[in-house]
Ligand binder design. Structure first.
Ligand code: BGC
Length: 909
């Protein structure tokens, strides 16, 4: 088969364009200004018409594409005001995109806008009747958004642009090309006719958006989040952005659950809302009791418009009785999107509402059923409609408390705090009160000891390979029993970033990390970011899809599954076995820098989307990774901020989506988060990784940490440090991401695994449990069909003859001192294989992922992604290459200005 690494999959970009258009949300459309008509001449304002944001930044956005679409060029030329477009092109030429120096998390959230004069607008108005104002924002990892101008708020120049345009034009469309939700209070101030959120639509996002603006696709997206009047209106505002801890005082009252229960007047655009170019009627809605508290809702949806075909999303919300627990007055329990309906066409939607969606978790015992999911007695109202304000109602009654699922206490906070609770309702709206959160009563040491995995007697090498297990000739236990403690310890260590023996520029490699492990047929598994497409730093191309929030805004589960079917195929082509996505943390607060990678404020919508991604990718026998497990809701102090949360909120809101993706999506790979939950870092959190994930949910896959994550003691808590892999294994977080490349075999130097084995803190059985999870995972992945040598064979680079060189290589180790940080030449006197290392010094934020590329005679020979060196010169091994006799020009590609290369080291093998 022809090697197609770096060749984007045929048809993927086209499908991604379709998804980009399906996730566009229309919030306002006075006088049916949209869609634009072919005869229109539109004056387009705002630099983002050209510099379209296709994603946020960081690991969730860095996809290298062959091309990108933008708004301006996606319009037919005849429809746009050409001189105005020219003005913007020129402005951008003179004021190029500011990437903040190119470093990690350096890019500003917005770019300088052209200062529009009345003259500009007056001139544009002479030829154009309609105006389109494009406002853009990015967001990203390692940097929260802020409630300031240029981030959550408009800049003065953007305000001026709106002011000037609205003065001159009476038909104004505002298009928001945004990663995260921004302040929209100004939409009530300026007389704009239409308001569209098109999010960041990936490489085809510009084209997909314009398909909607032109009516080629009828807009059908719905908000996956509530847009409040002010940022302080969100229920987590008081605690978001904390330094040491982030107390989840709002408990289950997140997003619309808070607003609908306590403060409906604070909502500017409600959850689930979005207009269409046509209109729909919902009739004959019927709730059928399927027994055991499961229901099915059917409803007829008719396109009652005359002109446009369209799709509608029907949503069902539950208002349960307040009972003793207290509940949100609206909870999404089911939804479905119609197929494209022609004018006057109708179809019947069937929406399943299984019992699990109706339940509340009693973490205090107030109902008499502590640590159980229950249905309290009372009246349950199901509201059917097209957003959270749905009015059509069906009612059922539960006569007595029903205990649906009994669990044990897990993940309860040690620290006492208070949480929100509704009291004294009037007209369906409640007053806000607080109650004490139940604290931890479990003896964690005892729980862990009582559940220690059984130790397999060490057998030594019996010649059993992983393929034998796959072929049913041996069991996984037989295989793992052969591993020495040395091999077990290396196996729980992943290596990266950009491992030279897997696809270049990817995030990590694990499983067959040492020769000893490969001897048992363990493959070297390749992991690559991320949620919006395969990230291969260094030039290999792939397809970038729309951000998670846009995907959720489609409310179209089969569509997202199909999209990730393409991702799975593209992964196969690139020998990427594990995608580090979907990102699926709950949008707890609009200023979280990574919301764009995540889906929604609602756990059901998030869970259904993540399950779709998982299933889609799984079709190609490769794997999605659910991340970041869990409660990672701010980027500020992301490695240490403690999420203090009740068991109820954790289970009903923050873990629920993961549970759905595990149970319904069949997920096999999960990444824990950077943060602690209730004092215990997620990567060493026993209740999270074992009690809940494996025992309650029956998860059979493997768990990895986030990159360079910290851990602390699963029982005592204490300081979170990177070297605590013993604690990680104890919690059954199986793989540490990442040690430096080639360091798994040196685990004694960089982890505390040996010390924990020696002191009896860790048992061989615990390591073997991780090994079983890792090998079981790898065995079912397409990587089993790949020959290690395919990637690991040293590539050959041809020297050029007869050219002068700065250095001549000698026999053993050559340290080539770099003087200008960039370019030099050396002569290789004879054909041989060399190990390449680099000595460098990098100043950046703590765990940045800065690009370094080594080019030899213009060809990319090696890629490294690396972070801060704390003022020291650090040596990292890059790769092994065969060089033929001749001269080589060395060229370094450096990801930021503060990257200093001291030497390149070549060791003859
Ligand atoms: C991010 C992860 C990502 C990893 C590898 C970390 O900084 O938090 O989401 O998958 O890097 O790039």
């Amino acid at each position: 088969m022809k090697n197609q690494i770096g060749v984007p999959l045929e048809g993927f970009a086209e499908f991604s364009r379709k998804v980009a258009s399906e996730g566009v949300v229309l919030l306002k459309n006075q006088g049916n200004l949209l869609p634009f008509q072919e005869t229109d001449n539109i004056a387009i304002f705002g630099r983002c018409q050209i510099e379209y944001y296709r994603s946020g930044t960081g690991s969730g956005g860095a996809v290298s594409t062959l091309y990108n679409s933008n708004i301006l060029d996606s319009f037919p030329k005849a429809m746009v005001n050409a001189p105005l477009a020219e003005t913007y092109r020129k402005f951008i030429e003179e004021n190029p995109f500011d990437n903040g120096g190119g470093g990690w998390a350096c890019e500003p959230w917005s770019q300088k806008e052209l200062e529009l004069s009345s003259e500009h607008v007056f001139t544009a108005r002479k030829t154009s009747d309609k105006a389109l104002v494009v406002i853009g924002r990015t967001a990203g990892e390692d940097k929260d958004n802020l409630d300031v101008s240029g981030s959550y708020r408009l800049t003065d120049l953007e305000e001026k642009m709106l002011e000037e345009v609205c003065k001159e034009f009476s038909q104004v469309v505002v298009l928001l090309n945004i990663s995260n939700i921004i302040d929209l209070s100004w939409t009530e101030k300026y007389p704009i006719s239409s308001l569209v959120i098109s999010w960041n639509g990936g490489m085809e996002g510009g084209a997909g958006t314009v398909d909607v603006l032109l009516g080629k696709v009828t807009v059908s997206g719905k908000l996956p989040d509530t847009i409040a009047r002010a940022v302080e209106d969100y229920s987590s505002s008081k605690n978001h952005g904390g330094v040491e801890k982030n107390v989840y005082q709002e408990d289950i009252y997140v997003g619309y659950r808070y607003f609908e229960t306590f403060a409906p007047e604070k909502v500017l655009y409600p959850f689930g809302f979005g207009l269409s170019y046509t209109e729909f009627s919902l009739t004959d809605s019927k709730l059928t009791d399927l027994g055991d508290y499961s229901y099915e809702l059917t409803v007829k949806v008719k396109n009652i418009g005359e002109k446009y075909s369209g799709k509608e999303v029907v949503q069902v919300y539950l208002n349960p009785p307040q009972g003793l627990l207290g509940k949100a007055t609206r909870n999404l329990v089911g939804f479905a999107k119609t197929a494209l309906l022609a004018p006057q066409e109708e179809s019947t939607l069937t929406i399943a509402i299984p019992k699990s969606r109706l339940l509340s978790f009693d973490d205090s015992g107030v109902t008499g059923a502590r640590n159980a999911y229950v249905l309290e007695a009372g009246t349950y109202e199901f509201y059917v409609g097209t957003d959270v304000k749905a009015k059509e109602k069906h009612t059922i009654t539960v006569d007595a408390l029903h205990v649906a699922e009994q669990y044990t206490e897990a993940l309860a906070p040690k620290e006492a705090f208070q949480r929100m609770k509704p009291v004294e309702g009037k007209d369906g709206v409640y007053a806000l009160a607080y109650e004490d959160v139940p604290t931890m009563t479990v003896d964690m040491a005892e729980r862990i000891t009582q559940n220690l995995p059984k130790e397999l007697p060490l057998t030594g090498d019996k010649g059993i390979k992983l393929a034998d297990v796959k072929n049913g000739k041996a069991t996984l236990e037989d295989l793992v029993a052969q591993f020495t403690t040395d091999e077990l310890c290396a196996l729980v260590c992943g290596e990266g970033m950009s491992h030279p023996h897997v696809t270049s520029g990817t995030a990590s490699a694990f499983c067959g990390v040492t020769e000893d492990l490969r001897h048992y047929g363990l493959p070297l598994v390749c992991c690559a970011d991320g949620p919006s497409g395969i990230r291969m730093e260094g030039g290999l191309k792939s397809t970038q899809v729309p951000i998670g929030t846009l995907q959720a805004a489609t409310w179209d589960v089969p569509l997202i599954e199909e999209l990730y079917g393409y991702t799975g195929e593209e992964m196969r082509r690139n020998f990427v076995d594990v995608l580090l996505g979907p990102g699926m943390n709950i949008h707890r607060h609009p200023l979280n820098g990574r919301n764009f990678e995540y889906f929604s404020e609602d756990p059901l919508l998030t869970g259904m989307m993540a399950a779709a991604v998982t299933k889609g990718i799984g079709k190609a026998a490769v794997s999605a990774t659910l991340k970041h497990f869990a409660c990672n809701s701010q980027e500020t102090y992301r490695h240490s901020i403690d999420s203090v949360v009740s068991q109820r909120a954790a289970r009903e809101i923050y873990l629920k989506a993961f549970e759905i993706a595990v149970k319904e999506g069949g997920a096999q790979s999960i990444m824990t988060a950077y943060n602690p939950i209730n004092g215990i870092w997620t990567a060493s959190n026993y209740d999270l990784n074992t009690t809940i994930l494996r025992k309650e949910w029956g998860y059979t896959g493997f768990v990895m940490t986030d990159w360079w994550a910290r851990m602390n003691d699963p029982v005592e808590g204490g300081e979170g440090l990177r070297g605590k892999q013993g604690e990680m294994v104890k919690a059954q977080n199986d793989v540490y991401m990442v040690l430096n490349n080639f360091d798994a075999k040196n685990y004694r130097k960089v982890t505390n695994l040996q010390e924990h084995l020696d002191t009896g803190k860790l048992t061989i059985g615990e390591l073997q449990a991780c090994a079983l999870n890792i090998c079981g995972f790898a065995m079912n992945n397409a990587v089993m069909n790949r020959d290690f040598a395919l990637m690991a064979e040293p590539k050959t680079f041809q020297g050029v003859s007869g050219t002068e060189a700065n250095y001549t290589l000698s026999q053993a180790e050559n340290i080539l001192k770099v003087t200008d940080n960039k370019q030099f030449t050396f002569l290789c006197p004879e054909t041989a294989t060399y190990a390449f290392s680099v000595d460098f010094n990098l100043e950046t934020t703590e765990l940045a992922q800065i690009f370094f590329g080594l080019k030899l005679n213009e060809e990319m020979a090696s890629v490294m992604l690396t972070g801060l060196t704390r003022g020291e010169i650090v040596r990292k091994k890059l790769c092994e290459l065969e060089l033929t006799q001749g001269t080589f020009t060395v060229d370094f590609q450096l990801g930021c200005d503060t990257f200093w290369v001291d030497s390149l080291i070549l060791e003859k093998l």
